[in-house]
Write a protein that binds this ligand. Structure first.
Ligand code: GUN
Length: 280
């Protein structure tokens, strides 16, 4: 029987630590969340981010812009937020509508307010191991490993997925903790063989229940970053929990695994930004 890693409980612990710090501050950290358009999933995420801020005592602003927003209008808002001292962190919810260029928009956010850690300055800093902010999902995974007592050093780590948001930074963070890291993707010749060598398997591919127990080495730690829907429309991950769990020594469920950690890490980054701006 695998340990089922309780992301909800670990997230609650992190948020309680943040709240205890914020309670002692005279100037509260501030987060601005920007959403463009009507994507229902994005709206839920943004609402949860604002709620997370409220719970730990942050100041927060949500800017809901219509689908028709022009690049110039969005950039003008970002400029105002860049200059606003109440705001320590800026997050523009992705994906953006097709007519807006994500790269231009992310580049417009001040690197020292980029609490998503998507700006090239911050991604570059992660590469050299000298960073202020870590991207929320990979940072959440590292915290789950730490809280579960999983030692990364010397372990064979396999990351399935090579996105800029999860796979690539996840691999760097595992490497920084002295894991031996392999990144797998859609062109990997023998995915099952690679996965079967993993002591720590992190999956972020966006394919419902794709990684079954056949891909899991006995005793491996399995981290499922997926947030998918199964054939019945039920929320599930990239890992087939039912067949993977009996093989694993520890595994994250979906929901209730990595998901709850991302907001906790966003709040961690925002607090860090506020501290770097000198808020006490
Ligand atoms: N869309 C899905 N995940 C994320 C995230 O972590 N940050 C932002 N800005 N948008 C997202």
């Amino acid at each position: 029987m695998a340990t089922v890693i309780d992301g909800k409980a670990i997230s609650a612990k992190v948020r309680a630590e943040i709240k205890a710090e914020v309670d002692k501050m005279t100037v509260k950290p501030g987060l601005a969340v920007v959403i463009v358009g009507e994507d229902p999933a994005s709206k839920v995420y943004v609402r949860n981010k604002a709620k997370g801020c409220e719970e730990v005592g942050f100041y927060s602003e949500v800017h809901e812009l219509p689908e028709s927003t022009t690049e110039a209008e969005l950039l003008a808002l970002i400029e105002r937020l860049n200059a606003n001292e109440k705001i320590d962190g800026i997050l523009v919810q992705l994906p953006l509508p097709k007519h807006l260029d994500e790269k231009i928009v992310i580049n417009a956010i001040r690197a020292d307010k980029d609490v998503d850690a998507f700006h090239p300055i911050n991604t570059g800093k992660i590469m050299i191991g000298d960073y202020d902010f870590l991207p929320c999902t990979p940072a959440g995974v590292m915290r789950l490993l730490k809280e579960t007592g999983v030692e990364v050093s010397g372990k064979k780590c396999v990351v399935v997925g090579r996105s800029n948001i999860v796979g690539k930074p996840q691999a760097m963070l595992l490497l920084q903790q002295n894991g031996t890291v392999t990144i797998c993707h859609s062109r990997t010749a023998d995915l099952k063989k690679e996965c079967l060598e993993a002591d720590i398997l992190v999956v972020a591919i966006g394919k419902a229940k794709f990684i079954t127990g056949d891909y899991v080495k006995p005793g491996a730690v399995v981290i499922d970053v997926g947030m998918d829907r199964d054939e019945n429309g039920k929320l599930c991950g990239d890992v087939d929990f039912a067949s993977a769990e009996p093989k694993a020594s520890a595994i994250t469920p979906v929901p209730g695994g990595v998901g709850p950690m991302t907001i906790a890490m966003l709040l961690t980054n925002t607090l860090k930004a506020a501290r770097l701006f000198g808020k006490k």
